[in-house]
Write a new protein. Structure first.
Length: 181
C-alpha cells in the first residue's frame, strides 16, 4: 500500500490535535485538524453547527472535509472522534496510515473536564453527556477504530511528545525517510 498521509483517529481527548503537530514537525509535513477546518469553512463552532444543522448536517460537512484532506499528500490529519462512522470517510482514508490514539474512559473524562473548550466547541452527542455518553460512544466506535487502524497507541499517562514518538516508531520505514511509502 502506498501511504501519502498519516491520519489520527480516536475519541475526543485522546490527544489527536496536539500529537498531529508533533508528528508533522518530525516528518517535515503539514498537519491539519479536521474539526478546525470544518469550523473555518462553516464560519461557526462545531457546537453551533450541531445546534443549527444537527448532527447529520455536521457529518455531511465533515464528509466533504475528510474527502478533501485525504487527497492531500504529506499531511498529518487529526480527525474528529466520529469521523470514522461513515463508510465514505473510512474509504477516503485508504491511502493514509491510520493510527488509533486510545485512552481509558477515565483519562478521556479527566482531559475533557480539564479542557475549557470542550463545552463550547464539542456538544454532547447523547442526552446528559458525561460518563454515560463516553461509555456508549466508545462501545460503538472502538470496533471501528480497531478495524481501521494500522497501529494503536495508548495515550494514558503519556505526554504528546511520547505519543508522537510511539507513532513514529509504527510508521513504515519509507514514510519516515522519504515522506511517502
Amino acid at each position: 500500500m502506498e501511504f501519502t498521509n498519516v491520519a489520527l483517529i480516536g475519541y475526543r481527548g485522546t490527544g489527536k490535535s496536539a500529537v498531529a503537530k508533533l508528528v508533522a514537525l518530525r516528518l517535515g509535513w503539514d498537519w491539519v485538524d479536521a474539526d478546525v477546518e470544518i469550523e473555518l469553512r462553516a464560519g461557526k463552532s462545531i457546537a453551533a453547527i450541531f445546534a443549527e444543522d444537527g448532527e447529520a448536517g455536521f457529518r455531511d460537512m465533515e464528509a466533504i472535509v475528510v474527502e478533501e484532506l485525504a487527497r492531500r499528500e504529506r499531511t498529518v490529519i487529526a480527525l474528529g472522534g466520529g469521523a470514522v462512522l461513515r463508510e465514505g470517510n473510512r474509504a477516503a482514508l485508504a491511502r493514509s496510515f491510520v493510527v488509533w490514539l486510545r485512552a481509558s474512559m477515565e483519562t478521556i473524562l479527566a482531559r475533557m473536564e480539564a479542557d475549557p473548550t470542550t463545552v463550547g466547541r464539542r456538544p454532547n452527542l447523547t442526552v446528559g453527556g458525561g460518563r454515560a455518553e463516553v461509555e456508549a460512544l466508545l462501545a460503538a466506535r472502538e470496533p471501528i477504530y480497531r478495524r481501521l487502524a494500522a497501529a494503536v497507541v495508548d495515550t494514558d499517562d503519556k505526554t504528546p511528545a511520547e505519543v508522537a514518538e510511539a507513532i513514529f516508531g509504527h510508521l513504515p520505514l519509507t514514510l519516515r525517510t522519504t515522506g511517502t511509502a
